[in-house]
Design a protein around this ligand. Sequence first.
Ligand code: DX5
Ligand code: ZN
Length: 214
Amino acid sequence: MRVQIAPSILSFDMGDIRRSVVELVSAGADLIHFDVMDGQFVPPITFGCGLVKDLRAVGDTPFEAHLMTSTPDRHFEAFARAGCSRVIFHAEATAHAHRLVGDLHERGLEAGLAINPGTPVEAAVPLLDVLDLVLVMTVNPGWGGQSFIPSCLEKVRRLREAAPDLAIEVDGGIDPDTIRAARDAGATVFVVGSYLARAESIPCAMEELRRRCI
Ligand code: DX5
Ligand code: ZN
């Protein structure tokens, strides 16, 4: 399965975000990861579907929305219309994850389920036959620039064993060292925020990440 690097725009300067997304796309980003926070599910508030819509004109690189929100299904239609091809919601935000996966598929979206560091991997196991992706959080959601939590990789290993063909994404604290550990555990999609946002050269940083996760 091809590995994918998914830059998160969370740590970039929102006043200059269009230029940053153009640069990330030109440097070969496989998809762009939008961290949507509602101030309820997690304390910070970030941005909504309007930003996704405005940036959709930047090429045709796939966009994914990581909904760190309560009642995630209230937002599915808006992010579909804004130009996302995948929406990831949190297992902790709903009692009806199976139904929400079906709701995403009915809208033509890929469905991802995110699990926090404190959530057992068992939360995803009943849905492995319908999910397009599981996002294993390797930090506690809400902020960029946090330290990677190595123990979360055990979940990646368990998921890879249970579902050899599943897309498994890791999100939080990813840099050239941790991307190697996550790849070895079986992850295939890597969200990278602050490592890219603070890079001198985004193309060089992307190349280093790609080199380390082959
Ligand atoms: C945190 C977000 C992550 C975060 C990753 O809640 O889901 O996508 O932006 O940022 P870094 O790579 O800085 O940990
Ligand atoms: Zn994220």
